[in-house]
Design a protein around this ligand. Structure first.
Ligand code: ZN
Length: 332
């Protein structure tokens, strides 16, 4: 039963000891409602709802950002493979025009001393004009393949290092005269020495100078260009012939597209190689690269079958065969 004080004449009831405001007679009494926090809009997000939304956005980003990165990489890979195909088509067209002789494979070279003496007047497949974007348009020395590929962008991978106008190199066996000739040496000798690989073993021509050299294995299995992602150095790209180790004077197993890189073959087709060995994409990449006066002597010996597989795959694509005892069992 409510007390008399809490019952108004109009019958409305209020609670507790709150009393009507009697100081302003004639003003209707308004009940005061006390919310714990009077500013909250019932339509607003609660903290929990906000956190849930943020978490959802984070999850969606985690799903889509890698997918977008992958899509971007795939698109760049397609451009890269197209570049390699155009360069290799030009490489074949050059040979066709010059009685089967392969273009000089040393990058930026014009006249240099090769292992067989001075080669005057020979222009490298890509010329010194590619040293900078400005000179690419001004310097007439754009390389021996320029008449066949007159597009600066074809000479670089879209994933290449910034401001590097050339990211491809011919393999060392593709008529390339690196200073140590082959990036190869005879192991287990008292004085490790850089060695000449010789001309041929059986029907396999080791160092290619003519299209007709590419017989055993055939042109589909001999590499021409690969993507290293940056300007070729003075040693271009080397891989040993005599030794079961990666030559460390150049990026030993380029990692340009996923855990692998792109190649072109002498028949004009292109491939993406994903390195099979975890050590090829991890340990080898971390191997300390020391450039010495004899860079051919720096090497990394694979420790696993998969790692050896990667090395031998590249050695065979480069030289046509292996130059050491493991040739008897080349396939792990
Ligand atoms: Zn590429």
């Amino acid at each position: 039963m409510p007390s008399l004080a809490s019952v108004r004449a109009d019958g409305e009831q209020h609670k507790g000891n709150r009393r009507p405001d009697l100081s302003r007679p004639g003003q209707p009494y308004r009940r005061t409602v006390h919310h714990p926090s009077p500013s909250i809009d019932p339509r607003a997000f609660t903290l929990i709802e906000l956190l849930v939304v943020i978490a959802l956005i984070a999850v969606l980003l985690a799903i889509f950002v890698p997918a977008m990165r992958l899509a971007r990489e795939r698109a760049q890979r397609i451009v890269c493979l197209s570049n390699l195909k155009q360069l290799t088509t030009a490489w074949i067209a050059y040979a066709d025009q010059y009685n089967g002789r392969l273009v000089y494979g040393s990058s930026f070279a014009y006249r240099r001393r090769g292992h067989d003496g001075w080669r005057r007047g020979l222009q490298g497949w890509v010329g010194r004009a590619f040293n900078s974007r400005a000179s690419a348009f001004e310097d007439p020395n754009r390389g021996a393949l320029w008449p066949y590929v007159r597009d600066v962008d074809v000479y670089r991978c879209p994933r290449g290092y910034k401001n590097n106008l050339v990211t491809y190199v011919p393999v060392v066996a593709a008529n390339n005269d690196t200073p140590h000739m082959a990036g190869t040496y005879v192991p287990n000798t008292a004085d490790v020495e850089v060695a000449e690989v010789g001309v041929r073993v059986g029907r396999t021509v080791l160092k290619l100078t003519r299209l007709t050299d590419i017989v055993s294995p055939g042109p589909a299995a001999r590499a021409v260009f690969l993507d290293i992602g940056h300007y070729p150095s003075s040693v271009d790209y080397c891989v040993h012939y005599f030794s079961p180790g990666w030559c460390l004077s150049s990026p030993p197993a380029p990692m340009r597209h996923g855990a692998g890189t792109t190649f072109s073959m002498a028949d004009g087709h292109v491939e993406h190689w994903k390195w099979k060995g975890r050590e090829t994409s991890r340990e080898l990449q971390a191997a300390k690269i020391v450039i010495t006066t004899s860079p051919a002597m720096q090497e990394y010996i694979p420790q696993t079958e998969d790692g050896l597989y990667d090395l031998q795959r590249l050695q065979k694509a480069t030289w046509g065969r292996l130059g050491y005892a493991a040739e008897e069992n080349p396939e792990p």
